[in-house]
Design a protein around this ligand. Structure first.
Ligand SMILES: NC(=O)C1=CN([C@@H]2O[C@H](COP(=O)(O)OP(=O)(O)OC[C@H]3O[C@@H](n4cnc5c(N)ncnc54)[C@H](OP(=O)(O)O)[C@@H]3O)[C@@H](O)[C@H]2O)C=CC1
Ligand SMILES: CC(C)(CO)C(=O)C(=O)O
Length: 324
């Protein structure tokens, strides 16, 4: 397949190497020193002590890459606008676009199944409606990532979760489709697990439960997930946060499953904390503001999450990493 990874940073570079090594024609939209290094030396994936390199076509300009069978956006939600601007040259009549990201995606209300309760106005996730204009509903595939990665040097990505690398995908209206079956098979063959998904919004919320509670706590404390979990002062806080998050999710998707991990929590910093430390815009809208909007629409009181949201927003604004 011709697969373009749009915004190949931490997650996208990892997926690009695996898909290229599985034989797909992979290209990457990337920029800066990372792009220069990939052009010179290829894209390297490190897992523990092993490193593998793939040669991929890479450019900051999508027009250099040509039409694709699938575009996988691994842009941060804060930079998703770049996709609206750069998408056209990557498309042919059947090109599908996977939006792989954390949090509530901009397209959440498109293809909404009948049984799903009414959702809040999510216009703030797509200011000016640019994505809505650029991406017809028929092209949209939802994507949820379970995989921890970090770009550790230009051209080099480290995968920090060797036992858990997943990209779950589903049509925005949950219909079974040939293209989902084909892409899922390609991902599985490339050692990116992609089990079947019945309701893409169930998968979105089940991942979001962790991000809107644990990741935000990590942001506020500066600790890794393990640091937060092992802190005696947090023992009573974490279950209460998760209960509030779960109350929102189950109001919209009654069958939502909490993702529970066995063993110790991962000892690395979630991407929102990495972003804060690196002075990059924070995904506050999709991880904090959108779930709060769902809570208000459902008439739910979520005092712990509200306090965390206020503190996270203040922290982000202080460093000029959030302007919403
Ligand atoms: N990192 C992780 O382990 C995990 C991340 N996620 C989620 O996955 C999504 C992607 O995260 P992550 O991979 O960490 O993000 P990154 O910031 O590492 O990757 C996005 C990449 O896109 C590049 N980019 C942005 N705009 C453009 C543009 N106009 N042209 C070319 N390149 C561009 C960025 O470059 P630049 O750096 O120059 O801005 C960056 O390299 C997020 O929603 C995140 O929450 C989910 C699970 C784990
Ligand atoms: C769950 C977690 C923390 C995995 O790394 C994540 O989604 C992130 O880093 O944003």
């Amino acid at each position: 397949m011709r697969i373009c990874i749009f915004g190949a940073g931490a997650v996208g570079s990892h997926f690009a190497v695996r898909l290229a090594r599985a034989g797909h024609e992979v290209s990457c939209v990337m920029r800066g020193a990372h792009l220069d290094a990939v052009k010179a030396d290829g894209l390297t994936l490190k897992v523990g002590d092993t490193a593998v390199t793939a040669r991929v076509k890479a450019s900051a300009d999508p027009a250099d890459l040509g039409p694709q069978d699938v575009v996988i956006s691994t842009l941060k939600a804060t930079g998703i606008d770049a996709l609206a601007a750069g998408l056209a040259p990557l498309l042919h009549g059947e090109t599908a676009i996977v939006f792989a990201q954390n949090g509530i995606p901009w397209w959440y209300d498109l293809g909404l199944p009948q049984q799903h309760p009414a959702v809040p106005d999510l216009g703030f996730l797509d200011p000016g409606g640019r994505l809505r204009s650029a991406v017809p509903k028929e092209r949209i595939i939802g994507g949820v990532i379970f995989s921890s990665n970090e770009v550790i040097a230009p051209g080099v990505v480290a995968n920090l979760s060797p036992d858990r690398n997943r990209l779950l995908i589903g049509e925005c209206d949950d219909r079974p489709s040939g293209r989902i079956a084909q892409l899922r098979a390609a991902l599985n063959d490339a050692a990116i697990e992609s089990p079947e998904v019945k309701e893409i919004r169930e998968t979105i919320w089940s991942k979001l439960l962790t991000n809107m509670s644990m990741s935000v706590l990590c942001l506020l404390t500066g600790l890794t997930a393990r640091g937060v979990r092992d802190d005696p002062a947090m023992q009573e806080v974490i279950p209460r946060l998760l209960d509030e998050a779960n109350a929102i999710a189950t109001r919209y998707i009654p069958a939502v499953k909490r993702v529970t991990r066995s063993g110790p929590a991962p000892d690395h910093k979630p991407s929102i904390l990495q972003d804060f430390e690196l002075g990059r815009a924070l995904e506050i809208d999709v991880l904090v503001r959108a779930p709060a909007a769902f809570a208000r629409t459902a008439g739910l009181a979520t005092p712990m999450l509200d306090l965390m949201a206020a503190l996270a927003i203040q922290k982000a604004r202080d460093k000029e990493l959030y302007s919403g």
